[in-house]
Design a protein. Structure first.
Length: 396
């Protein structure tokens, strides 16, 4: 944290509204800087926003300027909202929205014909359309049935088959333009997020293991320290959920997109296999179990007792090396070179630590079952992490 940032934080302490505005402005500044510096989520949002605006302008130019339609609102409105995060979702929502708009236009026209009054028509059709909007087949597009009815009745035009057909045609025009712009102009490909989330999960798992190792080396660690480890492990779980979400988006973004357009977009052409998700899911589960074991051992009201003495220092060194391996895996996922010699030296050190910990486990067996059970559980969890993180299987 820089001196300027510390000074600003001190000045804003106790002024929540001003502080909230300041930190929001800082977040916007970071997002703008990230979008300017290179590819990433922020730049993708900029591209999608500009594409949506461009689709609306094209639809307006076609409907309002070229076709000289005095009620050209429907086309740019539909085009704007159909530039979605993936081409598949654009096509899917185009069908749902078009059906909702047709239902709204027909219901409004029928209600106007029955009541011959716009207010009465709204009273008659809006409750029905809002109920229809909750139909699962419409997804999140059901609300457009009611808003279309409002637009139709607010326009003040007389009810006729041609007027209804005109509005539906405007919606179809906007849907075609919105989907086409999203599909053919830099189609959104969400492959980068999978790799970034995998690398972040590996790096954060290493951070948790490093934190645990550093605290175990301290002579005093207690239940409060163990609770902090558990909170760190919970953040790993949230990162794993983000990885699963990114994987789902990546699969969807590849549907209905062509190879040449992907290459034109210069988007990543491959993602790590789904086996990597499962592997780091097991790593997350094991780290969570390890921190839970330490939390139980640190609780003075529970029977299990934590290991002490040199064996605890050996275990901390082992966790430190496994954390280093996690960081190396994060670098590998991001394409960074990792020296083979260093990996071999690390694995040799792990073998030596594991052998000495086994000796320590036999020594603890004579000190009571509680300490032996805890150390044995911790050692088994470290072995599980080792087997998942180290690329080559260990030989005994």
């Amino acid at each position: 944290m820089t001196a300027v940032t510390r000074s600003v934080r001190e000045a804003l302490r106790g002024r929540r509204p001003v502080a909230a505005v300041w930190w929001e402005a800082c977040a916007v500044g970071r997002a703008v800087r990230a979008a300017w510096q290179g590819p990433g989520r922020e730049r993708d949002l900029v591209v999608q926003s500009l594409k949506a605006a461009g689709a609306a302008l094209i639809a307006w130019a076609v409907a309002g300027v070229w076709l000289d339609d005095p009620m050209a609102l429907m086309a740019p409105w539909v085009a704007l909202v159909l530039v979605q995060a993936t081409v598949y979702s654009s096509v899917q929502q185009a069908g749902q929205q078009f059906a909702a708009i047709c239902a709204g236009a027909l219901a409004a026209s029928a209600a106007q014909a029955i009541t011959e009054d716009n207010t009465g028509a709204l009273v008659l059709c809006l409750p029905v359309l809002m109920l229809i909007a909750n139909w699962s087949r419409f997804g999140r597009q059901g609300i457009y049935a009611a808003t279309t009815a409002v637009f139709v009745l607010a326009s003040g035009t007389a009810v006729s088959a041609s007027a209804v057909g005109h509005r539906v045609g405007q919606a179809a025009l906007g849907a075609v333009i919105g989907v086409a712009v999203n599909a053919f102009v830099l189609p959104p490909i969400h492959l980068r997020d999978v790799r970034e989330n995998l690398a972040a999960l590996a790096r954060e798992a290493g951070d948790v293991l490093h934190s645990v190792a550093a605290d175990l080396r301290e002579t005093e660690w207690d239940a409060q320290t163990a609770a902090a480890w558990s909170n760190d492990a919970a953040r790993l779980r949230r990162r794993l959920d983000a990885l699963y979400s990114a994987r789902s988006w990546s699969r969807e973004s590849l549907r209905l997109t062509s190879g040449p357009l992907r290459r034109l977009h210069r988007a990543p052409t491959a993602v790590p296999p789904e086996d990597e998700d499962q592997r780091f899911g097991r790593v997350t589960d094991t780290v969570t179990a390890l921190t839970r074991t330490l939390a139980v051992a640190a609780d003075e009201h529970r029977t299990p007792a934590p290991p002490e003495g040199p064996v605890l220092d050996l275990y901390a060194r082992l966790l430190q090396l496994i954390g280093d391996a996690c960081h190396a895996e994060a670098g590998r996922l991001l394409g960074e070179a990792v020296g083979d010699g260093r990996e071999e030296a690390t694995e040799a050190t792990m073998e030596e630590l594991h052998r000495r910990l086994q000796d320590g486990l036999r020594e603890h067996a004579g000190q009571g079952a509680a300490r032996t059970a805890v150390l044995g559980t911790l050692l088994l969890q470290a072995e599980n992490l080792w087997a998942e993180i180290v690329p080559e299987p260990r030989t005994r």
